[in-house]
Ligand binder design. Sequence first.
Ligand code: PLP
Length: 375
Amino acid sequence: MKKVYLDNASTTQIRTEVVTEMARVLSEDFGNPSSTHSFGRNSKNLIELSRKSIAKNLNCSAQEIIFTSCATEANNFIIQSCIKDLHVTRIITSKIEHHAVLHTIQILQNQNKIAVDYVNILPSGDIDVVHLSDLLSVEGKTLVSLMHVNNEIGTVLNLERIVKICKQYNAYFHTDTVQSIGKTPFNLQESSIDFLVASAHKFHGPKGVGFAFIRKGIVLTPLLLGGEQEKGLRAGTESVHNIVGMSKALELSYSTLAEEEKYITELKDYTVSQLLAHFPEVKFNGKPTETFYNILNVILPFSEDKTSMILFNLDMKGIAVSRGSACQSGSIKPSHVLAEILDAEDLKKPSLRISFSHYNTKEDIDYLIENLKLI
Ligand code: PLP
C-alpha cells in the first residue's frame, strides 16, 4: 500500500546519514564517557564535539548546551529550576503552549509554588503583546514562557520583540523552540533569550535525546540527581549515539536549510491551492501565508457525521496526518489550542494538521486530496 507521511510536527523520518553515524558509534564507541580510560575518553570526546557543533549552529557557546533525554525534560528542568534557583514567583505563559510546558506550570501552580498569568491569544492564534506588557508591569520575579512555533497551528512568535519586552521588565524569557530548531536560523549571541529547548526527532534526528540552552551566567541546579554528568546539571550516563546523531541531524538541517525551506514552502502553497480548488469552503486555522512553512491546519467543510471517520479513513489508505479537533480521534477533549481560537461551531468541524518535510512530494498531496474527496 502507498504510504504518505504528513505528520512531521509529531516526528520526522531520520536521515540516513544520521543512522550511519549512529550505527558506527553504537558498534565502535561504546565506552562510558565518565570512564578515564581511552574508551571512555573517546566517548567523552564525541559528546564534546557534538556539543561544539550544536553550539556553532546556534551561535552560542558550547557550555550553554545541556543534553537531556528530550525537550519535555529540558522544559521541566528549566521551569522547575527557575523557581528553585532563581526565585521566580510568577510565570507568564499562554494557554496554547505544548503540554510539556502547560501541564508542568499548572502542576507547580497547584503545589502553590508559583502564581500563573495567561497572556491573551488573538483570534489569529498570535500572542496579545499589549496584554503581555500589562502583565509584566506588575512587580515580582517573573519567568515568561512562550513557544516559538505552535505545534498545532504553526503560528510564529516574534522572539526578538518578546525578549525585548521581557528584558525591559527584568523578566527571564524561556521559549519552547521544538518546532523551529533546525528549521530556521538562530543567533543566540545576538539575542537575549535566556532558555530554549530542542528535541532531535523533530529535525530528522533520533528519538530520546534533546537539549536545553541555558544562557551563560544563569546558575541552575539539576532536576535529576546522581552523577556529575553534564557538569553536574543532569545526572545519568550520556546517550552517546543519540547525542552524536542529534548533532549530525542539526548540522545537516542547517546545511540544507535554504533549499529545503523553499521546497517545503512550495509544497505547502500547492496544498493550499489544491484544497481550495477541491473544497472551496475550506478554512484555515492561522493564515497559511503567515504560519510556519511546514505546518498547515485546515478546517474541512465536512458534516459532523463524517468527522469521526476522517483520520481512520486516511489511515486505511496509508496517509498519516494529525487531528486538529477532538472527535476524530475518539477523544472527548477538543484540542486545547483550537479551543482557544475557534468559536463553538468551527470547533465541532474536523480540523486536520498537515505537516510537511523535504521527503514529501506533490504526488503525496494529490493522493491526500484524492482520498479526502472519497470521504
Ligand atoms: N514542545 C513542542 C512544541 C512539541 O511539539 C513537542 C512534541 O510534540 C514537545 C515540546 C515535546 O517533545 P518531546 O516529546 O520530544 O519531549
